[in-house]
Design a protein around this ligand. Structure first.
Ligand SMILES: [Zn+2]
Length: 309
């Protein structure tokens, strides 16, 4: 499982940073890629990665500001132009209004897609668990921005323990149906009377990963709730230390506030994105240094950077 950042800038594109989008690559887990936000030019960034647009099966939108959604019509149209590839449906999750934005853009530009889009819109009253599959559950909660904006908590379900085939063979269990029984947790008795306890041959279940991806927000308790015990928290850092007042006025956070959220939630790692173009490279190292005084395992991400979870 990896996160690849497609756009890490705030508000408008700069030479170094495109506007918001990131890909949660779940290729080993479910052979899918989930996009979070889709700012203008996201499809161009994707061209610089190994991501195949057809693998993008779900798109989660945090809020309807342009720097988070203007890339959707272009991406959705290009996704249709993949010769010789099967056309697969796509799900879009986001605030009420996202459906009308996408359908209007496609209609007035005469774009017809050869695949179906399933929209899952929500508002303040319909948040909580927004998706559950056999492997993942996704929750959304409202943050504190200048318009309705959410954060997402993606929880992988616990991974089943694996069967130790070598150990079973060594214990004299013949390869065949008995393996299946033991894998299902059944104890068995061999022909020679040996008792085989399934639990001795199956490793303990491994806890699934928790990934928290927030939209634009002031510091709020909702962020902490979404991030509790997360393996990775992706948090905006539009402003730096000392800018708390201006951050509040514009509905954003500073690096220090993001670090406080990470600390309060007990996350393992904090990745800062949504970085203003005002920050030069020396400022970026300062952003990290200052945040690290509150939460040590912090990193300011760059466009196209890939982080293994
Ligand atoms: Zn915004």
């Amino acid at each position: 499982m990896d996160i690849q950042f497609l756009g890490t800038g705030a508000g408008q594109p700069s030479k170094a940073r495109n506007v918001s989008s990131l890909a949660l690559k779940l290729l080993d887990e479910i052979n899918e890629v989930w996009l979070f936000d889709c700012g203008e030019g996201t499809q161009n960034r994707i061209l610089e990665t190994t991501i195949r647009p057809r693998k993008v099966s779900k798109i989660f939108i945090t809020h309807l500001h342009g720097d988070h959604i203007f890339g959707l019509p272009g991406f959705l149209s290009s996704r249709a132009f993949q010769a010789n590839e099967e056309q697969t449906d796509l799900d879009i999750y986001g605030p009420q209004g996202i459906k009308s934005f996408v359908l209007t853009s496609l209609r007035v530009s005469g774009s017809r897609l050869p695949y179906r889009i399933h929209f899952h819109e929500f508002d303040q009253d319909s948040l909580g668990k927004i998706l559950e599959t056999d492997k993942f559950t996704v929750y959304a909660e409202e943050l504190d921005h200048t318009i309705f904006c959410v954060g997402y908590r993606v929880m992988q379900k616990d991974l089943e323990g694996t069967l130790d085939a070598e150990k079973l063979k060594a214990a004299g269990v013949p390869f065949g149906p008995l393996f299946g029984k033991i894998k299902n947790g059944q104890d068995v008795v061999l022909d020679d009377g040996t008792e085989i306890k399934a639990a001795d041959y199956i490793s303990a279940p491994r806890p699934g990963k928790i990934i928290t991806i927030l939209g634009d927000t002031r510091k709020t308790n909702a962020s902490v709730r979404l991030a509790v015990n997360a393996d990775v928290l992706v948090h905006e850092s539009t402003y730096g230390k000392g800018d708390e007042k201006i951050a509040r006025n514009h509905g954003h956070s500073t690096n220090m506030q993001a670090a406080q959220v990470a600390e309060e939630a007990g996350v393992k790692r904090l990745l800062l994105n949504h970085i203003s173009a005002r920050f030069l490279s020396k400022d970026i190292s300062q952003l990290k240094k200052d945040a690290a005084t509150v939460f040590e395992n912090v990193h300011v991400v760059k466009d196209l950077e890939e982080v293994e979870i």
